[in-house]
Design a protein around this ligand. Structure first.
Ligand code: ADP
Ligand code: MG
Length: 231
């Protein structure tokens, strides 16, 4: 069985409604979707070891089946540049979670590579009761949240459709390099759209998928947060 199938089976067995971030990112990796390097840890000592291995700066996040929006409970601390930074953040996150969600079951903490900021895009998928899964694309931040500048295609998405999706959003010129923004690697975004389409076709139990944000660089991209919600 593939690593992704194992993840979905485990989540189903445990009766959970969403994948933990390390589970969702492991699924992404199997589908060739680039993500920030990550490692699940259970102690401060393990966190330091992982940070060393991943390379500073790092990000620390809470991993809990009871917490879907991690930053809402103070469960994300970014840009940690030293061992003391990691130690303090480790304690701080546990304190924050204890305060905001005292009953949350804690699986561990996620240490991950800090993705350098760049142009942010969002790739998503949502299951339409009539048409089945559809793939979404937009630029991150205000473009999606305020301007609703997004586009959809019913899965399976073809390569031509993926290219169309990218070029038809109003914010498209920003991907071509504008002012201080770098040129964005469009081919990598196309690949991510196709992989996402394949993923939601392979697992019809996916109700919602959210790669938000994806930092896109001149060459390559990094998914910073991945959310997969099941029916
Ligand atoms: P939430 O569950 O609250 O959505 P996220 O994992 O999205 O938590 O983290 C919140 C925000 O922190 C992200 O939207 C992003 O701006 C920033 N962030 C998180 N992880 C990273 C990372 N690895 N590199 C850079 N920025 C990050
Ligand atoms: Mg997020």
């Amino acid at each position: 069985m593939s690593a992704a199938s194992k993840v979905f089976e485990k989540v189903r067995k445990e009766g959970r409604k969403f994948l933990l971030e390390p589970e969702a990112k492991a699924v992404c990796v199997e589908y060739g979707i680039p993500v920030t390097d990550f490692s699940l840890v259970k102690s401060e000592a393990e966190a330091l070891k992982s940070a060393e291995k991943i390379g500073y700066p790092v990000v620390l996040k809470i991993v809990s089946p009871d917490i879907i929006h991690k930053s809402d409970v103070g469960g994300v601390i970014i840009n940690l540049r030293s061992t003391s930074g990691v130690k303090n953040a480790y304690k701080q996150i546990l304190r924050n979670v204890k305060k905001h969600k005292p009953k949350a079951k804690i699986v561990g903490l996620l240490v991950q590579e800090m993705a350098p900021s760049s142009t942010e895009v969002i790739v998503g998928a949502i299951k339409d009761p009539q048409f089945g899964p559809a793939v979404m694309f937009g630029l991150g931040g205000i473009f999606v949240e305020v301007l609703k500048d997004v586009t959809f295609r019913v899965a399976p998405v073809t390569k031509d459709e993926a290219r169309e999706m990218i070029s038809e959003v109003k914010a498209y010129p920003l991907l071509k390099g504008y002012r201080n923004l770098p040129l964005a690697d469009i081919d990598t975004i196309v690949k991510i759209l196709l992989s996402t389409s394949k993923l939601v076709m392979d697992y019809p139990e996916i109700k919602e998928l959210d790669l938000n944000p994806i930092m896109v660089y001149k060459k390559g991209a990094k998914t910073v947060d991945a959310r997969i919600i099941l029916e």
